[in-house]
Design a protein around this ligand. Structure first.
Ligand code: GLU
Length: 293
């Protein structure tokens, strides 16, 4: 049996905090315990928020924690052409359409709809796409694109769903309501998700499934906040003919007030803790992991 392959995949849009330390250390511990490999991926497709100094800090902080990853780091911004090809493939199959409403217009459309009746929301609480992109004719789309209008490329969820039928994934961890074992994917709960944008030829969902497949990841270990995103990942894997890893979603660390940790909070930032003399061993203790072997 080939060794299991794990990955830690942070976005360099801020400094790492205790929650990242937990996720990274858990990946490293599981890789070590199972005789597996640990890969590192930098998820930097959002050029407006990602910065080289955050990427440099990720390497420093992980090394300080004692985490050892394979030398070849995959940086998503180096592979935009690959994601572009996948979008072209989905577009050629009629599964993707451009939607031209701005974020402000979408908010207004949802408010109009909610004035009449409740409007469905995705598992993260954001309203489903309420716009008319799917109804536009080929000529209308071409005209808008030629005019230079910004757009998002959205997945036609109904068409995609009809192509692949029922999907499940193997969950070794736990979802927000304790879901575990074989979980039924519900990608339709996300509506027509954004797959790429005019200025960014990909999205988190698309890049993550392509990279997990190309890096040969067998076990995805990440926070439970991404549990239901796995539905979209399973759908994209099925559409693009990519293998499905097994998933292990772990609980999220919370601050004293019960809030999710944030990249901007000094109280839980790894750099601040290090500057205050906290040791990597104490970090393991703080996140509830047994001392390193
Ligand atoms: N880049 C994502 C984050 O920093 C994690 C993606 C994943 O593990 O699938 O939240």
């Amino acid at each position: 049996m080939p060794p299991p392959v794990f990955r830690f995949a942070p976005s360099p849009n801020g400094y790492l905090h205790l929650g990242h330390a937990y996720s990274a250390l858990l990946n490293a511990d599981l890789a070590q315990a199972g005789g597996g490999r640990l890969l590192l991926r930098i998820e930097d497709i959002d050029a407006t928020r990602c910065r080289p100094e955050y990427e440099a800090a990720i390497y420093q902080d992980l090394a300080w924690l004692g985490i050892v990853w394979e030398p070849e780091v995959r940086r998503q911004s180096d592979h935009l052409d690959l994601y572009r090809d996948a979008v072209a493939q989905l577009t050629a199959r009629g599964l993707v359409y451009p939607a031209f409403e701005s974020r402000a217009e979408i908010t207004r459309l949802v408010a109009d709809k909610e004035a009449v009746a409740p409007w469905p929301r995705d598992p993260d609480g954001a309203p489903l796409y309420p716009g008319v992109g799917k109804q536009l004719s080929a000529a209308q789309r071409a005209e808008q694109i030629e005019s230079g209008a910004p757009y998002a490329l959205r997945l036609d969820m109904a068409a995609a769903r009809a192509l692949v039928g029922e999907l499940t994934w193997a969950e070794l961890g736990e979802g927000p309501a304790g879901e575990t074992g074989t979980v039924a994917a519900r990608p339709e709960a996300w509506g027509d998700v954004v797959i790429a944008r005019k200025e960014t030829p990909t999205s988190y969902h698309l890049s993550v499934v392509i990279d997990d497949a190309l890096q040969g990841i067998t076990e995805v270990v990440r926070g439970a906040d991404l549990f239901w995103a796995t539905s979209v990942h399973r759908l994209l894997q099925a559409l693009l003919g990519l293998p499905a890893p097994v998933y292990r979603h772990h609980s999220l660390l919370r601050d004293a007030e019960g809030r999710k940790l944030s990249k901007s909070s000094a109280a839980t930032g790894l750099r601040e803790l290090r500057a205050n003399g906290v040791t990597p061993q104490q970090i393991r203790n703080m996140v509830g992991l047994a001392p390193a072997a």
